[in-house]
Ligand binder design. Structure first.
Ligand code: ZN
Length: 708
């Protein structure tokens, strides 16, 4: 049973209840400001008490058990996760200035607690003690312990004296450099604008973009600007930059905006916004940190916590993808040139980077006439959910039933569902499907509400997920009509949700997505996306919301063809980024004879079909690795895609029309990938499903990179 919210009869404030489904309306900004400090004080005191107990055990020479160390630690973490998790959740879906402020005011003390627990010498010593007696632990416990020790070691807990001081100082500096790097990219992006005032300047731009550009002009200075008459203000942010390159018929303007974009934050023309020195400093510091931790370089640190065994394993995969994508990308560029030639464009013999988006869009329109808006009537949300739930029933043998009145909700749009297994409750999830500008963060995500575990009295706590999307809301009697991309997004997030909800692991540190290596965590989500291209699944659910007519067959074929359009270029681009990231963090060091930029350009020779122009300073805006968490981990995108494509190919192999085999394979997927969570090495989990180690063959095929 999912713990009911009404069961607590005590006077504990809701925000501190720490178990069961939250009563969202009680989690107010006032409750956050009042009770989170209370909680943090309690948790800090309990952590101190635990440390004292451990110290006492060390002094008295008594042995430590799992239940004396890991269980109390887990309970402390869970209390924080439950309370702070629901605050963060509401901050994302029901934002208000008051809540945002209350959340921001408590953030530092929450982070501090995490740092304190993660760097506690006494806890580290206790974990080492458990490790020395790990023959008494089961396989899942051993993996949980190993991950915990590794994370603490990577935080520098194993260092002492001057070495630890240097480590902490460098960590601090790295955090500051990352923030500065990100801010400079942002400032450089916002600092460039171009006012277009002649009708000829906006030749080719669609109405929606003209709207946006006029709105930008109004916001900046010109209150009179209109979409029809301008002026229009261009900028380097993606919502304006990407469609401009795609649609503008003015090649000179495309070049101008492209050059500005690729040279952001590179100190060009004497700009103070210069990330070059930051890049070298960050790479140098990371290398030093790696050495202090006993690794040769930062790539080794990153890979210590991932599924990929070694740099050479990642390199080998990237080379397989590169070799497959390169000739295809070359042919694609050729096809763009031919398209330009057919249109009599002078650049046909001299395509430049600022021409690629434009001609790709032309060719795409000519080849598919795919109008993503026109498909919306075939994807009303209720039908799509029926299709998704039906698929899960078929593949995994579960039933999904609406249970809206069984859980408090945070907004009238939100739905609550239960997952049943042979009629027995197994899990639950909230679905918050529609965009609510102003109060809900953009994008889509899955988050944990409750994690599968056993409560102190041994009863099962069933997992509950938050599934959040941002699709168009219903209007009047018209249901939410989805684009195909929105359907894919829903399937994607549901895949994360399935791993969270169908887990059979009772230890929360390894249940669901917990303890799953970063480069493997997108396996179930991307796996589910594949079903959007499966004829039976898609044609089964895509019906006109009024007439009930199925989606025309030719539209299905267009969707299939569009999936691999420019697939060579897309793959090559990701391979380029991943290789640059990896080698900067393994090969580059201050004494090597190259600058980071020279290393990047060397890699570009084999990973781009149009060499970067001289102005191209892409590294200066590569926020993923210099301002985000992707350092020596950018490859994870492709790594996980190999796993998900290969997993899906197990269904292709038995034949997508072969119902009995599909069901059997689906059950096996459930019993391995969706069940085992972080309790087992992801290589073993994959092998348990697939009967062998992953291969990139399916991804290469699905990406349209196989020569025909
Ligand atoms: Zn995802």
């Amino acid at each position: 049973m999912i713990t009911s919210s009404s069961s607590s009869a005590t006077t504990i404030p809701e925000i501190l209840r720490g178990e069961g489904l939250p009563v969202f309306e009680a989690i107010t900004p006032e409750a956050v400001s009042r009770h989170i400090p209370e909680l943090m004080a309690e948790l800090n005191a309990e952590l101190s008490a635990l440390e004292q107990k451990l110290e006492h055990s060390f002094n008295s020479g008594s042995t430590l058990s799992w239940s004396a160390v890991m269980d109390p630690l887990q309970r402390l973490g869970e209390r924080l996760r439950w309370s702070w998790g629901v605050v963060s959740h509401l901050n994302g879906v029901c934002n208000s200035p008051e809540l945002r402020e209350a959340h921001a005011a408590q953030q530092a003390v929450v982070v501090q607690f995490g740092n304190r627990a993660g760097q506690s010498q006494l806890i580290y010593r206790a974990l080492k003690h458990l490790e020395a007696h790990q023959d008494q632990l089961d396989a899942a416990q051993q993996r949980i312990l190993a991950a915990e020790l590794r994370d603490m070691q990577l935080r520098g807990v194993g260092l002492s004296g001057a070495e630890q001081e240097a480590f902490n100082a460098a960590s601090q500096e790295l955090a500051e450099l990352s923030t500065r790097f990100g801010n400079q990219v942002l400032d450089a992006t916002n600092g460039w604008t171009l006012t277009l005032s002649q009708a000829g300047d906006v030749d080719g731009l669609p109405a929606s973009l003209l709207d946006q550009l006029a709105q930008a002009a109004r916001q900046s200075s010109d209150a009179e600007a209109t979409a029809e008459n301008g002026p229009w203000l261009l900028g380097l942010d993606m919502p304006r930059y990407a469609p401009f390159l795609k649609y503008s018929r003015r090649r000179d303007l495309r070049e101008q905006v492209y050059r500005a974009h690729v040279s952001r934050a590179s100190g060009k023309a004497g700009s103070e916004l210069n990330n070059w020195p930051l890049i070298e400093r960050i790479l140098t510091l990371r290398r030093e940190q790696a050495r202090r931790l006993g690794y040769a370089n930062w790539a080794e640190v990153s890979l210590a916590a991932k599924m990929a065994d070694s740099e050479s394993a990642v390199e080998a995969l990237l080379e397989e993808l590169r070799a497959a994508a390169y000739p295809v990308a070359k042919a694609e560029l050729q096809a763009l040139a031919e398209c330009a030639r057919r249109h009599g464009a002078p650049e046909a013999d001299d395509l430049q980077p600022w021409d690629v988006s434009f001609w790709a869009e032309k060719l795409r329109q000519e080849s598919f006439e795919l109008d993503s808006e026109a498909l919306r009537p075939y994807f009303p949300l209720p039908r799509v959910l029926e299709g998704l739930f039906g698929l899960c029933e078929r593949l995994f043998g579960i039933t999904i039933a609406a249970a809206d009145d069984e859980a408090p909700l945070w907004h009238p749009d939100v739905r609550f569902f239960r997952i049943l297994d042979n009629g027995q409750p197994l899990a639950g999830f909230y679905l918050d499907p529609y965009s609510r500008p102003g109060s809900k963060r953009g994008g889509a995500w899955m988050d944990e509400c409750l994690v599968r575990s056993r409560s102190a009295d041994g009863t099962a706590v069933l997992p509950v997920a938050y599934l959040i999307c941002n699709q168009s809301p219903p209007v009047g009697d018209t249901p939410s009509l989805m684009t195909f991309e929105e359907v894919e997004t829903l399937f994607h997030e549901f895949g994360h949700g399935l791993q969270h909800m169908l887990t059979t692991v009772d230890r929360p540190q390894a249940a669901g997505i917990n303890g799953v290596e970063w480069d493997a965590v997108e396996l179930p989500s991307q796996f589910m996306e594949n079903w959007c291209y499966d004829r039976a699944t898609l044609m089964g659910m895509a019906r006109h919301w009024q007439s009930g007519e199925p989606m025309p067959e030719q539209e299905f074929r267009k969707l299939l063809a569009a999936r691999t359009f420019m697939g060579g270029a897309a793959t090559l681009r990701q391979v380029h980024f991943a290789m640059v990231d990896l080698r900067l963090h393994s090969q580059w060091h201050p004494g090597c004879s190259q600058t980071p930029e020279q290393l990047r350009r060397e890699i570009a020779e084999g990973t781009t079909v149009l060499a970067p122009i001289d102005d191209d300073a892409f590294l200066c805006s590569f926020g993923h690795i210099f301002a985000g968490g992707y350092a020596a981990g950018y490859y994870s995108y492709k790594w996980a895609e190999v796993l998900s494509a290969d997993a899906f190919s197990a269904f292709e192999e038995v034949g997508l029309e072969n119902e009995a085999q599909i069901r059997e394979t689906g059950r096996r997927f459930r019993d391995t990938v969706l069940s085992l969570g972080g309790s087992l090495d992801p290589k073993q989990v994959f092998e348990a499903f697939r009967g062998r180690q992953p291969s990139s063959e399916a991804l290469i095929r699905h990406s349209g990179l196989v020569a025909v």
